[in-house]
Design a protein around this ligand. Sequence first.
Ligand code: SF4
Length: 630
Amino acid sequence: MRIFSFKTKFSDIIKLMNRINITPTQIKDTLYTQILPEVFKPARYTGGEIGSKIPKEDTEVRFAFTFPDTYEVGMSHMGLKIMYCLLNEMQGVTCERAFAPWEDMAKLMRQYNIPLYGLESFTPLINFDFVGFSIQYEMCITNVLYMLDLAGIPFRSSERNDFDYPLIIAGGPCTVNPEPFCDIFDIIIIGEGEVVTPKLIEIYKEYKGRTKEEYLKAIMNIEGVYIPSFYSVDENNSRTALVEGAPLEIKRTYIPDMNEVYYPEDTLVPFIETVHDRVMIEIMRGCPRGCRFCQAGFIYRPVRQKRLDLLKKQIDDQLTSSGYEEISLSSLSTTDYMACTDAISYIMEEYDNDKVSISLPSLRIDSFSLGLVDSIQKGRTIPLTFAPEAGSQRMRDIINKNVTEEDILSTMRQAFENGFTKIKLYFMMGLPYETDEDVLAIAELMQKIVDIYFELKLRPKDLSLSISVACFVPKPHTPFEFFAQDSKEEFDRKQRLLIENVNRKVRLTYHDSSLSVLEAAFAKGGRNLNDVIITAYEKGCYFDSWGDYYKEDMWKEAFSAHGLDFAVLAKREYDYEEVTPWDFVDIGVSKKFLVREAKKAEQQKTTKNCYEACSDCGINKDGGKCNFEI
Ligand code: SF4
Protein backbone atom coordinates (compact mmCIF):
# COMPACT_ATOMS: atom_id res chain seq x y z
CA MET A 1 0.00 0.00 0.00
CA ARG A 2 1.35 3.44 -0.94
CA ILE A 3 1.46 5.80 1.99
CA PHE A 4 2.11 8.96 -0.01
CA SER A 5 0.81 10.62 -3.14
CA PHE A 6 3.05 11.27 -6.14
CA LYS A 7 2.97 14.96 -5.31
CA THR A 8 4.53 14.51 -1.89
CA LYS A 9 8.13 15.81 -1.88
CA PHE A 10 10.45 12.86 -1.50
CA SER A 11 12.33 14.49 1.37
CA ASP A 12 9.02 14.86 3.25
CA ILE A 13 8.24 11.22 2.62
CA ILE A 14 11.54 10.19 4.10
CA LYS A 15 11.15 12.41 7.14
CA LEU A 16 7.83 10.71 7.77
CA MET A 17 9.27 7.30 7.07
CA ASN A 18 11.99 8.03 9.50
CA ARG A 19 9.29 8.46 12.06
CA ILE A 20 7.71 5.17 11.11
CA ASN A 21 11.21 3.76 11.33
CA ILE A 22 11.85 1.69 8.27
CA THR A 23 14.38 -0.99 9.17
CA PRO A 24 17.27 -2.31 7.09
CA THR A 25 15.47 -5.66 6.99
CA GLN A 26 12.35 -4.07 5.53
CA ILE A 27 14.46 -2.26 2.95
CA LYS A 28 16.26 -5.46 2.00
CA ASP A 29 13.00 -7.44 1.75
CA THR A 30 11.38 -4.85 -0.51
CA LEU A 31 14.48 -4.68 -2.67
CA TYR A 32 14.71 -8.42 -3.20
CA THR A 33 10.99 -9.09 -3.65
CA GLN A 34 9.79 -5.97 -5.50
CA ILE A 35 12.55 -3.83 -6.91
CA LEU A 36 15.68 -5.69 -7.95
CA PRO A 37 13.94 -8.13 -10.34
CA GLU A 38 12.75 -5.07 -12.27
CA VAL A 39 15.98 -3.09 -12.63
CA PHE A 40 18.93 -3.17 -15.02
CA LYS A 41 22.09 -4.58 -13.36
CA PRO A 42 20.65 -5.35 -9.89
CA ALA A 43 24.15 -6.20 -8.60
CA ARG A 44 24.77 -2.46 -8.46
CA TYR A 45 22.50 -2.32 -5.43
CA THR A 46 23.19 -5.42 -3.35
CA GLY A 47 26.71 -5.13 -1.88
CA GLY A 48 28.26 -8.36 -0.60
CA GLU A 49 31.17 -8.38 -3.06
CA ILE A 50 34.51 -10.08 -2.31
CA GLY A 51 36.42 -7.71 -0.06
CA SER A 52 33.33 -5.87 1.21
CA LYS A 53 33.18 -5.46 4.98
CA ILE A 54 30.57 -6.67 7.43
CA PRO A 55 29.40 -3.84 9.71
CA LYS A 56 30.87 -4.11 13.20
CA GLU A 57 28.62 -5.06 16.08
CA ASP A 58 30.27 -2.46 18.31
CA THR A 59 29.88 0.36 15.77
CA GLU A 60 30.02 3.79 17.38
CA VAL A 61 30.34 5.83 14.19
CA ARG A 62 28.73 5.04 10.84
CA PHE A 63 30.38 6.62 7.80
CA ALA A 64 28.93 6.36 4.28
CA PHE A 65 31.48 6.85 1.50
CA THR A 66 29.27 8.17 -1.24
CA PHE A 67 30.19 8.42 -4.91
CA PRO A 68 27.92 10.69 -6.99
CA ASP A 69 28.01 8.55 -10.11
CA THR A 70 27.05 5.00 -11.04
CA TYR A 71 28.35 1.93 -9.22
CA GLU A 72 30.57 1.03 -12.19
CA VAL A 73 32.29 4.42 -12.16
CA GLY A 74 32.60 4.65 -8.38
CA MET A 75 33.94 1.13 -7.96
CA SER A 76 36.77 1.98 -10.37
CA HIS A 77 37.91 4.83 -8.17
CA MET A 78 41.01 4.01 -6.18
CA GLY A 79 40.31 6.63 -3.51
CA LEU A 80 37.06 4.89 -2.61
CA LYS A 81 38.80 1.58 -2.04
CA ILE A 82 41.51 3.21 0.08
CA MET A 83 39.13 5.19 2.28
CA TYR A 84 36.68 2.29 2.62
CA CYS A 85 39.34 -0.06 3.99
CA LEU A 86 41.08 2.62 6.07
CA LEU A 87 37.90 3.65 7.89
CA ASN A 88 36.75 0.08 8.40
CA GLU A 89 40.06 -0.65 10.14
CA MET A 90 39.30 2.05 12.72
CA GLN A 91 38.04 0.87 16.09
CA GLY A 92 34.27 1.33 16.44
CA VAL A 93 33.86 2.67 12.91
CA THR A 94 31.87 1.10 10.07
CA CYS A 95 32.22 2.51 6.58
CA GLU A 96 29.63 1.60 3.96
CA ARG A 97 29.25 2.62 0.31
CA ALA A 98 26.52 4.32 -1.70
CA PHE A 99 26.43 5.22 -5.40
CA ALA A 100 23.98 7.15 -7.56
CA PRO A 101 21.21 4.72 -8.55
CA TRP A 102 20.36 4.70 -12.23
CA GLU A 103 16.97 6.24 -12.98
CA ASP A 104 15.10 2.90 -13.25
CA MET A 105 16.17 2.11 -9.68
CA ALA A 106 15.44 5.61 -8.40
CA LYS A 107 11.93 5.45 -9.82
CA LEU A 108 11.18 2.19 -8.02
CA MET A 109 12.79 3.40 -4.78
CA ARG A 110 10.43 6.36 -4.88
CA GLN A 111 7.48 4.15 -5.73
CA TYR A 112 8.16 1.78 -2.82
CA ASN A 113 9.33 4.53 -0.40
CA ILE A 114 12.81 3.07 -0.08
CA PRO A 115 15.42 5.67 0.93
CA LEU A 116 19.00 5.56 -0.33
CA TYR A 117 20.92 3.15 1.85
CA GLY A 118 24.44 1.89 2.59
CA LEU A 119 25.27 -1.21 0.54
CA GLU A 120 26.73 -3.12 3.50
CA SER A 121 23.80 -3.07 5.93
CA PHE A 122 20.86 -1.54 3.98
CA THR A 123 20.71 1.18 6.65
CA PRO A 124 19.20 4.43 5.31
CA LEU A 125 21.89 7.08 4.76
CA ILE A 126 19.89 9.46 6.92
CA ASN A 127 20.78 7.28 9.92
CA PHE A 128 24.55 7.55 9.38
CA ASP A 129 26.80 9.90 11.34
CA PHE A 130 28.73 11.03 8.25
CA VAL A 131 27.93 10.96 4.56
CA GLY A 132 31.12 11.76 2.62
CA PHE A 133 30.91 12.62 -1.08
CA SER A 134 33.88 12.37 -3.41
CA ILE A 135 33.69 15.28 -5.87
CA GLN A 136 35.92 14.15 -8.72
CA TYR A 137 34.53 16.42 -11.47
CA GLU A 138 32.46 19.59 -11.44
CA MET A 139 29.48 18.17 -13.29
CA CYS A 140 28.72 15.48 -10.72
CA ILE A 141 27.40 18.06 -8.28
CA THR A 142 23.72 17.71 -9.19
CA ASN A 143 24.11 14.00 -8.50
CA VAL A 144 25.01 14.92 -4.92
CA LEU A 145 21.60 16.58 -4.67
CA TYR A 146 19.96 13.62 -6.41
CA MET A 147 21.45 11.29 -3.78
CA LEU A 148 20.56 13.57 -0.87
CA ASP A 149 17.04 13.78 -2.24
CA LEU A 150 16.77 9.99 -2.46
CA ALA A 151 18.13 9.78 1.07
CA GLY A 152 15.61 12.35 2.37
CA ILE A 153 18.37 14.68 3.56
CA PRO A 154 17.87 18.45 3.10
CA PHE A 155 20.22 20.01 0.54
CA ARG A 156 21.75 22.85 2.53
CA SER A 157 23.89 22.62 5.61
CA SER A 158 21.79 25.44 7.13
CA GLU A 159 18.67 23.24 6.87
CA ARG A 160 20.24 20.39 8.81
CA ASN A 161 20.26 21.41 12.39
CA ASP A 162 22.29 19.71 15.04
CA PHE A 163 22.77 15.99 14.71
CA ASP A 164 19.25 15.19 13.43
CA TYR A 165 20.92 14.52 10.11
CA PRO A 166 24.31 13.11 9.19
CA LEU A 167 27.21 15.49 8.70
CA ILE A 168 27.62 15.92 4.95
CA ILE A 169 31.25 16.08 3.84
CA ALA A 170 32.93 16.76 0.48
CA GLY A 171 36.40 15.70 -0.58
CA GLY A 172 38.18 15.16 -3.89
CA PRO A 173 40.01 17.40 -6.37
CA CYS A 174 37.11 19.82 -7.03
CA THR A 175 37.27 21.03 -3.44
CA VAL A 176 40.25 23.24 -4.34
CA ASN A 177 37.52 25.70 -5.34
CA PRO A 178 34.70 24.66 -3.02
CA GLU A 179 32.67 27.87 -3.24
CA PRO A 180 30.17 26.97 -6.01
CA PHE A 181 28.80 24.06 -3.94
CA CYS A 182 29.83 25.00 -0.39
CA ASP A 183 26.30 25.60 0.97
CA ILE A 184 25.50 21.90 0.60
CA PHE A 185 28.28 20.67 2.86
CA ASP A 186 28.91 20.92 6.59
CA ILE A 187 32.59 20.11 6.16
CA ILE A 188 34.82 20.28 3.08
CA ILE A 189 38.14 18.47 3.07
CA ILE A 190 40.86 20.11 1.01
CA GLY A 191 43.70 17.72 0.29
CA GLU A 192 44.26 14.08 1.06
CA GLY A 193 41.32 12.56 2.92
CA GLU A 194 43.37 9.79 4.54
CA VAL A 195 44.90 12.38 6.84
CA VAL A 196 41.83 14.31 7.89
CA THR A 197 38.91 11.89 7.94
CA PRO A 198 40.11 9.70 10.82
CA LYS A 199 40.73 12.85 12.89
CA LEU A 200 37.19 14.08 12.21
CA ILE A 201 35.78 10.74 13.34
CA GLU A 202 37.85 10.54 16.52
CA ILE A 203 36.78 14.04 17.59
CA TYR A 204 33.17 13.24 16.66
CA LYS A 205 33.19 10.34 19.11
CA GLU A 206 33.88 12.87 21.88
CA TYR A 207 31.23 15.32 20.68
CA LYS A 208 28.32 12.93 20.23
CA GLY A 209 25.45 14.29 22.30
CA ARG A 210 26.66 17.89 21.97
CA THR A 211 25.71 20.41 19.26
CA LYS A 212 26.78 20.40 15.65
CA GLU A 213 28.24 23.89 16.07
CA GLU A 214 30.38 22.81 19.02
CA TYR A 215 31.72 19.92 16.96
CA LEU A 216 32.44 22.08 13.91
CA LYS A 217 34.31 24.57 16.09
CA ALA A 218 36.37 21.74 17.52
CA ILE A 219 37.56 20.69 14.05
CA MET A 220 37.79 24.05 12.26
CA ASN A 221 41.54 24.45 12.79
CA ILE A 222 42.57 21.01 11.55
CA GLU A 223 44.72 21.41 8.44
CA GLY A 224 42.62 20.73 5.31
CA VAL A 225 39.27 21.34 7.02
CA TYR A 226 36.95 24.05 5.71
CA ILE A 227 33.62 24.84 7.38
CA PRO A 228 31.82 27.03 4.80
CA SER A 229 29.08 28.21 7.18
CA PHE A 230 31.71 29.90 9.36
CA TYR A 231 32.42 32.58 6.72
CA SER A 232 30.63 35.29 4.83
CA VAL A 233 31.97 36.29 1.43
CA ASP A 234 31.20 39.52 -0.46
CA GLU A 235 30.97 40.07 -4.21
CA ASN A 236 34.72 40.88 -4.37
CA ASN A 237 35.52 37.52 -2.79
CA SER A 238 36.63 39.18 0.42
CA ARG A 239 36.01 36.90 3.40
CA THR A 240 34.97 37.47 6.99
CA ALA A 241 35.12 34.78 9.67
CA LEU A 242 31.78 34.60 11.47
CA VAL A 243 33.21 32.42 14.22
CA GLU A 244 36.09 33.54 16.37
CA GLY A 245 39.27 31.66 15.57
CA ALA A 246 38.11 30.31 12.19
CA PRO A 247 41.15 30.52 9.86
CA LEU A 248 40.83 32.87 6.88
CA GLU A 249 43.16 30.72 4.81
CA ILE A 250 42.62 26.98 4.45
CA LYS A 251 45.73 24.93 3.83
CA ARG A 252 45.56 21.84 1.69
CA THR A 253 46.72 18.82 3.65
CA TYR A 254 48.88 16.05 2.24
CA ILE A 255 51.12 13.21 3.32
CA PRO A 256 54.74 14.21 2.61
CA ASP A 257 56.08 10.65 2.49
CA MET A 258 54.39 8.33 -0.01
CA ASN A 259 55.57 5.35 2.01
CA GLU A 260 53.43 6.52 4.91
CA VAL A 261 50.25 6.56 2.79
CA TYR A 262 47.80 3.87 3.91
CA TYR A 263 47.16 1.15 1.33
CA PRO A 264 44.77 -1.76 1.91
CA GLU A 265 45.97 -5.37 1.76
CA ASP A 266 42.84 -6.56 -0.03
CA THR A 267 40.50 -5.00 -2.53
CA LEU A 268 36.85 -4.96 -3.46
CA VAL A 269 35.99 -7.22 -6.41
CA PRO A 270 32.62 -6.35 -7.98
CA PHE A 271 30.19 -8.97 -9.31
CA ILE A 272 29.62 -6.97 -12.48
CA GLU A 273 31.93 -5.36 -15.00
CA THR A 274 33.09 -1.90 -13.97
CA VAL A 275 35.03 0.78 -15.84
CA HIS A 276 38.39 -0.53 -14.58
CA ASP A 277 38.33 -4.21 -13.68
CA ARG A 278 41.83 -4.57 -12.34
CA VAL A 279 44.15 -4.05 -9.41
CA MET A 280 45.20 -0.43 -9.23
CA ILE A 281 48.31 0.48 -7.33
CA GLU A 282 49.34 4.03 -6.84
CA ILE A 283 53.07 4.32 -7.42
CA MET A 284 53.51 8.06 -7.10
CA ARG A 285 51.57 11.19 -6.18
CA GLY A 286 52.17 14.48 -7.97
CA CYS A 287 53.77 15.08 -11.36
CA PRO A 288 57.15 16.69 -12.06
CA ARG A 289 56.14 18.16 -15.45
CA GLY A 290 54.17 21.37 -14.79
CA CYS A 291 51.90 21.47 -17.88
CA ARG A 292 50.21 24.84 -17.39
CA PHE A 293 46.63 23.72 -18.06
CA CYS A 294 46.75 20.69 -15.76
CA GLN A 295 45.20 21.19 -12.35
CA ALA A 296 46.36 17.82 -11.02
CA GLY A 297 49.94 18.79 -11.87
CA PHE A 298 49.74 21.67 -9.35
CA ILE A 299 47.34 20.55 -6.65
CA TYR A 300 49.16 17.28 -5.94
CA ARG A 301 52.68 18.73 -5.71
CA PRO A 302 55.30 17.74 -4.75
CA VAL A 303 56.14 14.47 -6.47
CA ARG A 304 56.18 11.67 -3.93
CA GLN A 305 57.30 8.20 -5.00
CA LYS A 306 56.70 4.85 -3.37
CA ARG A 307 59.67 2.67 -2.37
CA LEU A 308 60.04 -0.37 -4.61
CA ASP A 309 60.02 -2.94 -1.79
CA LEU A 310 56.75 -1.51 -0.46
CA LEU A 311 55.28 -1.43 -3.95
CA LYS A 312 56.20 -5.10 -4.49
CA LYS A 313 54.45 -6.07 -1.26
CA GLN A 314 51.31 -4.18 -2.26
CA ILE A 315 51.36 -5.79 -5.71
CA ASP A 316 51.55 -9.24 -4.07
CA ASP A 317 48.80 -8.46 -1.55
CA GLN A 318 46.38 -7.08 -4.08
CA LEU A 319 46.90 -9.66 -6.82
CA THR A 320 46.66 -12.55 -4.38
CA SER A 321 43.57 -11.32 -2.55
CA SER A 322 41.62 -10.22 -5.63
CA GLY A 323 42.41 -12.84 -8.26
CA TYR A 324 42.51 -10.07 -10.88
CA GLU A 325 44.55 -10.78 -14.01
CA GLU A 326 45.39 -7.18 -14.78
CA ILE A 327 47.28 -4.59 -12.79
CA SER A 328 47.59 -0.89 -13.40
CA LEU A 329 50.53 1.11 -12.05
CA SER A 330 48.80 4.37 -11.63
CA SER A 331 49.99 7.94 -11.26
CA LEU A 332 49.78 11.21 -13.16
CA SER A 333 52.91 10.38 -15.16
CA THR A 334 53.80 6.72 -14.77
CA THR A 335 57.07 6.75 -16.70
CA ASP A 336 58.35 9.47 -14.37
CA TYR A 337 58.29 6.98 -11.51
CA MET A 338 61.97 6.30 -11.05
CA ALA A 339 61.60 2.57 -10.36
CA CYS A 340 59.10 2.01 -13.19
CA THR A 341 61.27 -0.47 -15.14
CA ASP A 342 62.05 -2.46 -11.98
CA ALA A 343 58.38 -2.60 -11.00
CA ILE A 344 57.39 -3.89 -14.44
CA SER A 345 60.20 -6.49 -14.45
CA TYR A 346 59.05 -7.69 -11.02
CA ILE A 347 55.44 -8.22 -12.15
CA MET A 348 56.55 -9.93 -15.35
CA GLU A 349 58.91 -12.30 -13.53
CA GLU A 350 56.67 -13.11 -10.56
CA TYR A 351 53.30 -13.31 -12.30
CA ASP A 352 54.18 -14.56 -15.76
CA ASN A 353 52.64 -17.98 -15.07
CA ASP A 354 49.44 -16.35 -13.82
CA LYS A 355 49.15 -14.44 -17.10
CA VAL A 356 48.83 -11.10 -15.32
CA SER A 357 48.84 -8.22 -17.77
CA ILE A 358 50.08 -4.74 -16.95
CA SER A 359 48.47 -1.48 -17.94
CA LEU A 360 50.41 1.76 -17.93
CA PRO A 361 48.29 4.91 -18.00
CA SER A 362 49.68 8.41 -18.62
CA LEU A 363 52.69 7.70 -20.83
CA ARG A 364 55.06 10.36 -22.07
CA ILE A 365 55.71 10.57 -25.82
CA ASP A 366 59.20 9.14 -25.93
CA SER A 367 61.06 5.98 -26.82
CA PHE A 368 61.43 5.02 -23.14
CA SER A 369 57.64 4.83 -22.73
CA LEU A 370 57.30 2.99 -26.01
CA GLY A 371 59.97 0.52 -24.90
CA LEU A 372 58.06 -0.16 -21.69
CA VAL A 373 54.81 -0.83 -23.54
CA ASP A 374 56.69 -3.05 -25.99
CA SER A 375 58.11 -5.07 -23.09
CA ILE A 376 54.64 -5.79 -21.65
CA GLN A 377 52.88 -6.62 -24.93
CA LYS A 378 53.32 -10.42 -24.71
CA GLY A 379 51.81 -11.02 -28.14
CA ARG A 380 48.77 -8.81 -27.54
CA THR A 381 48.14 -5.71 -29.63
CA ILE A 382 48.06 -2.97 -27.04
CA PRO A 383 46.54 0.28 -28.28
CA LEU A 384 48.89 3.19 -27.60
CA THR A 385 47.58 6.43 -26.17
CA PHE A 386 49.61 9.61 -25.93
CA ALA A 387 48.73 13.22 -25.17
CA PRO A 388 50.65 15.82 -27.21
CA GLU A 389 47.78 18.21 -26.23
CA ALA A 390 48.61 20.72 -29.01
CA GLY A 391 49.47 20.53 -32.71
CA SER A 392 51.98 23.37 -33.04
CA GLN A 393 55.29 23.79 -31.25
CA ARG A 394 54.30 27.35 -30.35
CA MET A 395 51.21 26.06 -28.54
CA ARG A 396 53.09 23.20 -26.85
CA ASP A 397 55.56 25.77 -25.51
CA ILE A 398 52.73 27.98 -24.27
CA ILE A 399 51.28 25.09 -22.28
CA ASN A 400 54.76 23.92 -21.19
CA LYS A 401 54.33 20.45 -22.68
CA ASN A 402 58.07 20.14 -23.29
CA VAL A 403 57.60 17.76 -26.21
CA THR A 404 58.91 18.55 -29.69
CA GLU A 405 57.45 17.55 -33.03
CA GLU A 406 60.61 15.52 -33.53
CA ASP A 407 59.79 13.57 -30.31
CA ILE A 408 56.25 12.90 -31.49
CA LEU A 409 57.11 11.83 -35.03
CA SER A 410 60.06 9.66 -34.06
CA THR A 411 57.99 7.93 -31.36
CA MET A 412 55.22 7.29 -33.90
CA ARG A 413 57.71 5.93 -36.46
CA GLN A 414 59.20 3.63 -33.83
CA ALA A 415 55.71 2.54 -32.76
CA PHE A 416 54.73 1.59 -36.33
CA GLU A 417 58.04 -0.21 -36.85
CA ASN A 418 57.41 -2.22 -33.67
CA GLY A 419 53.98 -3.30 -34.87
CA PHE A 420 51.76 -0.83 -32.99
CA THR A 421 49.00 0.14 -35.38
CA LYS A 422 46.27 1.30 -32.97
CA ILE A 423 47.15 4.77 -31.75
CA LYS A 424 45.06 7.40 -30.01
CA LEU A 425 46.25 10.94 -29.40
CA TYR A 426 44.69 13.50 -27.07
CA PHE A 427 44.58 17.20 -27.92
CA MET A 428 42.90 20.32 -26.58
CA MET A 429 41.49 23.35 -28.32
CA GLY A 430 40.70 26.81 -27.01
CA LEU A 431 44.00 27.10 -25.10
CA PRO A 432 45.24 30.61 -24.23
CA TYR A 433 46.74 32.51 -27.21
CA GLU A 434 45.48 29.86 -29.66
CA THR A 435 45.01 30.90 -33.30
CA ASP A 436 43.40 29.04 -36.20
CA GLU A 437 46.91 28.08 -37.35
CA ASP A 438 47.37 26.21 -34.06
CA VAL A 439 44.12 24.32 -34.62
CA LEU A 440 45.11 23.47 -38.19
CA ALA A 441 48.48 22.30 -36.87
CA ILE A 442 46.67 19.35 -35.23
CA ALA A 443 45.51 18.25 -38.72
CA GLU A 444 49.00 18.83 -40.14
CA LEU A 445 50.64 16.79 -37.40
CA MET A 446 48.20 13.93 -38.01
CA GLN A 447 48.95 14.10 -41.76
CA LYS A 448 52.67 13.69 -41.00
CA ILE A 449 51.88 10.64 -38.85
CA VAL A 450 49.73 9.10 -41.62
CA ASP A 451 52.56 9.78 -44.12
CA ILE A 452 55.10 7.98 -41.91
CA TYR A 453 52.82 4.93 -41.78
CA PHE A 454 52.55 4.75 -45.56
CA GLU A 455 56.27 5.45 -46.05
CA LEU A 456 56.91 2.27 -44.07
CA LYS A 457 54.71 0.36 -46.53
CA LEU A 458 52.59 -1.22 -43.81
CA ARG A 459 49.16 -2.70 -44.52
CA PRO A 460 46.75 0.27 -44.85
CA LYS A 461 43.83 -1.61 -43.33
CA ASP A 462 45.72 -2.26 -40.09
CA LEU A 463 46.07 1.43 -39.26
CA SER A 464 43.71 2.69 -36.56
CA LEU A 465 44.49 6.30 -35.80
CA SER A 466 42.18 8.39 -33.68
CA ILE A 467 42.29 11.72 -31.92
CA SER A 468 40.19 13.09 -29.12
CA VAL A 469 40.02 16.87 -28.94
CA ALA A 470 38.83 18.33 -25.64
CA CYS A 471 37.67 21.89 -25.06
CA PHE A 472 40.09 23.67 -22.73
CA VAL A 473 38.63 24.51 -19.31
CA PRO A 474 40.65 27.04 -17.25
CA LYS A 475 41.09 25.53 -13.79
CA PRO A 476 41.80 27.16 -10.41
CA HIS A 477 45.33 26.87 -8.99
CA THR A 478 46.92 26.62 -12.43
CA PRO A 479 48.78 29.33 -14.37
CA PHE A 480 45.76 29.45 -16.70
CA GLU A 481 43.29 30.26 -13.89
CA PHE A 482 43.44 33.92 -14.95
CA PHE A 483 42.28 33.25 -18.53
CA ALA A 484 38.88 33.34 -20.20
CA GLN A 485 37.53 30.29 -21.95
CA ASP A 486 36.54 30.29 -25.63
CA SER A 487 32.81 30.71 -26.22
CA LYS A 488 30.67 27.76 -27.35
CA GLU A 489 30.41 29.36 -30.80
CA GLU A 490 34.20 29.68 -31.02
CA PHE A 491 34.69 26.04 -29.98
CA ASP A 492 32.11 24.90 -32.53
CA ARG A 493 33.82 26.92 -35.29
CA LYS A 494 37.24 25.49 -34.41
CA GLN A 495 35.83 21.97 -34.30
CA ARG A 496 34.41 22.44 -37.82
CA LEU A 497 37.76 23.82 -39.00
CA LEU A 498 39.51 20.72 -37.75
CA ILE A 499 36.90 18.30 -39.14
CA GLU A 500 37.27 19.90 -42.59
CA ASN A 501 41.04 19.61 -42.57
CA VAL A 502 41.97 16.39 -40.84
CA ASN A 503 42.88 13.35 -42.97
CA ARG A 504 39.90 11.02 -43.39
CA LYS A 505 41.94 8.11 -42.07
CA VAL A 506 41.98 9.79 -38.67
CA ARG A 507 38.92 9.21 -36.48
CA LEU A 508 38.08 12.43 -34.67
CA THR A 509 36.04 12.74 -31.48
CA TYR A 510 35.51 15.96 -29.59
CA HIS A 511 33.84 17.20 -26.44
CA ASP A 512 30.44 18.81 -26.12
CA SER A 513 31.33 22.50 -26.20
CA SER A 514 28.30 23.62 -24.18
CA LEU A 515 29.06 21.18 -21.36
CA SER A 516 32.70 22.37 -21.32
CA VAL A 517 31.53 25.97 -20.98
CA LEU A 518 29.29 25.01 -18.06
CA GLU A 519 32.21 23.13 -16.50
CA ALA A 520 34.37 26.28 -16.75
CA ALA A 521 31.65 28.36 -15.10
CA PHE A 522 31.69 25.97 -12.14
CA ALA A 523 35.48 25.60 -12.06
CA LYS A 524 35.92 29.39 -11.77
CA GLY A 525 32.69 30.27 -10.00
CA GLY A 526 31.87 31.56 -6.54
CA ARG A 527 29.21 31.17 -3.85
CA ASN A 528 26.41 32.56 -6.03
CA LEU A 529 26.34 29.24 -7.92
CA ASN A 530 24.93 27.28 -4.96
CA ASP A 531 21.39 28.52 -5.68
CA VAL A 532 21.84 27.77 -9.39
CA ILE A 533 22.80 24.14 -8.71
CA ILE A 534 19.75 23.59 -6.53
CA THR A 535 17.45 25.22 -9.09
CA ALA A 536 18.99 23.13 -11.89
CA TYR A 537 18.41 19.92 -9.93
CA GLU A 538 14.84 20.90 -9.14
CA LYS A 539 14.27 21.48 -12.86
CA GLY A 540 15.50 17.94 -13.62
CA CYS A 541 19.30 18.14 -14.13
CA TYR A 542 21.34 15.17 -12.90
CA PHE A 543 23.84 12.75 -14.43
CA ASP A 544 24.99 15.85 -16.36
CA SER A 545 28.28 14.33 -17.41
CA TRP A 546 26.45 11.45 -19.11
CA GLY A 547 26.15 12.97 -22.62
CA ASP A 548 22.45 12.45 -23.34
CA TYR A 549 21.50 13.49 -19.82
CA TYR A 550 22.99 16.96 -20.13
CA LYS A 551 20.08 19.40 -20.48
CA GLU A 552 21.51 22.67 -21.75
CA ASP A 553 18.18 24.51 -21.78
CA MET A 554 17.42 23.65 -18.16
CA TRP A 555 20.86 24.83 -17.07
CA LYS A 556 20.38 28.10 -18.97
CA GLU A 557 17.03 28.59 -17.24
CA ALA A 558 18.55 27.81 -13.84
CA PHE A 559 21.30 30.42 -14.30
CA SER A 560 18.84 32.92 -15.67
CA ALA A 561 16.53 32.42 -12.66
CA HIS A 562 19.36 33.86 -10.55
CA GLY A 563 20.30 36.63 -12.98
CA LEU A 564 23.36 34.76 -14.29
CA ASP A 565 24.62 33.33 -17.58
CA PHE A 566 27.15 30.50 -17.62
CA ALA A 567 28.58 31.62 -20.97
CA VAL A 568 29.49 34.95 -19.37
CA LEU A 569 30.98 33.32 -16.24
CA ALA A 570 33.19 31.01 -18.32
CA LYS A 571 34.63 34.01 -20.13
CA ARG A 572 35.52 35.78 -16.88
CA GLU A 573 39.20 36.78 -16.77
CA TYR A 574 41.01 37.56 -13.53
CA ASP A 575 43.78 40.14 -13.18
CA TYR A 576 46.90 38.79 -11.56
CA GLU A 577 46.28 40.96 -8.47
CA GLU A 578 42.56 40.25 -8.25
CA VAL A 579 41.16 38.05 -5.48
CA THR A 580 39.57 34.92 -6.94
CA PRO A 581 36.86 32.86 -5.19
CA TRP A 582 39.48 30.16 -4.47
CA ASP A 583 42.37 32.35 -3.29
CA PHE A 584 41.66 31.46 0.33
CA VAL A 585 42.67 27.87 -0.42
CA ASP A 586 46.42 27.48 -0.02
CA ILE A 587 47.31 24.41 -2.06
CA GLY A 588 51.00 24.93 -1.37
CA VAL A 589 52.04 26.32 -4.75
CA SER A 590 52.28 30.12 -4.51
CA LYS A 591 50.19 32.52 -6.58
CA LYS A 592 53.47 34.33 -7.38
CA PHE A 593 54.63 31.16 -9.15
CA LEU A 594 51.35 30.82 -11.06
CA VAL A 595 51.64 34.43 -12.27
CA ARG A 596 55.26 33.82 -13.29
CA GLU A 597 54.20 30.77 -15.28
CA ALA A 598 51.27 32.65 -16.88
CA LYS A 599 53.69 35.38 -18.03
CA LYS A 600 56.10 32.79 -19.41
CA ALA A 601 53.20 31.27 -21.35
CA GLU A 602 52.57 34.63 -23.00
CA GLN A 603 56.26 34.76 -23.99
CA GLN A 604 56.14 31.12 -25.19
CA LYS A 605 58.86 30.23 -22.71
CA THR A 606 59.02 26.81 -21.10
CA THR A 607 59.92 25.78 -17.56
CA LYS A 608 62.04 22.74 -16.81
CA ASN A 609 60.46 19.79 -15.04
CA CYS A 610 61.12 19.32 -11.32
CA TYR A 611 63.62 16.50 -11.89
CA GLU A 612 65.79 18.72 -14.09
CA ALA A 613 65.60 21.96 -12.09
CA CYS A 614 63.55 23.36 -9.25
CA SER A 615 61.54 26.40 -10.34
CA ASP A 616 60.69 27.38 -6.76
CA CYS A 617 56.94 26.84 -6.92
CA GLY A 618 56.51 27.57 -3.22
CA ILE A 619 55.49 24.12 -2.07
CA ASN A 620 58.44 24.10 0.30
CA LYS A 621 57.60 27.13 2.40
CA ASP A 622 61.02 27.21 3.96
CA GLY A 623 62.58 27.52 0.50
CA GLY A 624 63.90 23.96 0.73
CA LYS A 625 64.07 21.78 -2.37
CA CYS A 626 62.26 18.56 -3.06
CA ASN A 627 64.14 15.32 -2.70
CA PHE A 628 63.16 12.83 -5.37
CA GLU A 629 65.26 9.89 -4.29
CA ILE A 630 63.42 6.68 -3.54
S1 SF4 B 1 59.73 23.00 -4.97
FE1 SF4 B 1 60.80 22.85 -6.93
S2 SF4 B 1 61.11 20.65 -7.29
FE2 SF4 B 1 59.57 20.84 -5.65
S3 SF4 B 1 57.59 20.77 -6.70
FE3 SF4 B 1 58.15 22.94 -6.56
S4 SF4 B 1 59.25 23.41 -8.46
FE4 SF4 B 1 59.15 21.19 -8.28
